[in-house]
Design a protein around this ligand. Structure first.
Ligand code: HEC
Length: 193
């Protein structure tokens, strides 16, 4: 059923794409090129290796106060989640059970991309309003609540990269042939996915 739905979505997208191409819209007089300042304000994606991390630092202790003020209303005072936002704490050891609990602690592969998500996407409705120190502190707080760092650990561009997330090796590579062990790759009778 799900597959069928996906196929429908795909066909609809294909049809829409073809129609748009047939009309070939002309955007010549629409919009303008962004200024370098505008690009800089948006261009703050932080990848897994953390090379783009800004200067600044924070601890879980500092993050706890910011969390109460800016995050608890949706995620609950202890990050336990609510009907407005997902749970951010717990779930350790549940990923291989029938009811996996996916949180930034149990599931996410990199602390750096956790920073990135909070930096760009939270608090919902006021995205982009947090200063780097606050994002470091909030990341530290969530990692502390998930028993990954200590309450007094100072997170910055260096120490955040060094944090090893529990599910770091729980993902399969995008290219399946990067899995060298053919059993793990799911090869059967000489045929590999
Ligand atoms: C207005 C409600 C709201 C507030 C306030 C809010 N969040 Fe969220 N948050 C959400 C919702 C909804 C999602 C899930 C949807 C999504 O991923 O965009 C989410 C997702 C997240 C996630 C990703 C969870 C996951 O495992 O996918 C993190 C981390 C997070 N929020 C951290 C924060 C932090 C830190 C703050 C405070 C600075 C905050 N949020 C404030 C609503 C909120």
């Amino acid at each position: 059923m799900r597959c069928f739905y996906r196929l429908l979505v795909f066909l609809a997208a294909l049809a829409a794409g073809t129609a748009a191409w047939a009309q070939a819209p002309n955007y010549k007089n629409v919009g303008r090129a962004p200024t370098p300042d505008e690009i800089q304000a948006w261009d703050k994606a932080v990848g897994p290796a953390g090379r783009e991390l800004p200067p600044g630092s924070g601890t879980a202790k500092e993050g706890a106060e910011i969390f109460v003020e800016k995050c608890a209303v949706c995620h609950g005072p202890a990050g336990e989640g609510s009907n407005m936002a997902p749970r951010l704490v717990g779930g350790k050891g549940t990923l291989t059970t029938p009811q996996p609990v996916l949180t930034i602690g149990s599931y996410w592969a990199f602390a750096t991309t956790g920073f990135d998500f909070i930096n760009k996407g939270m608090p919902r409705g006021q995205e982009g309003s947090l200063k780097p120190d606050q994002v470091y502190a909030l990341t530290a707080f969530l990692l502390y609540k998930n028993e990954i760092v200590k309450e007094t650990d100072v997170l910055d561009a260096k120490t955040l990269v060094a944090v090893k997330m529990p599910n770091r090796n729980g993902f399969i590579p995008q290219q399946l042939d990067e899995i060298h062990d053919i059993k793990k790759r799911g090869c059967r009778l000489g045929h590999c996915p």
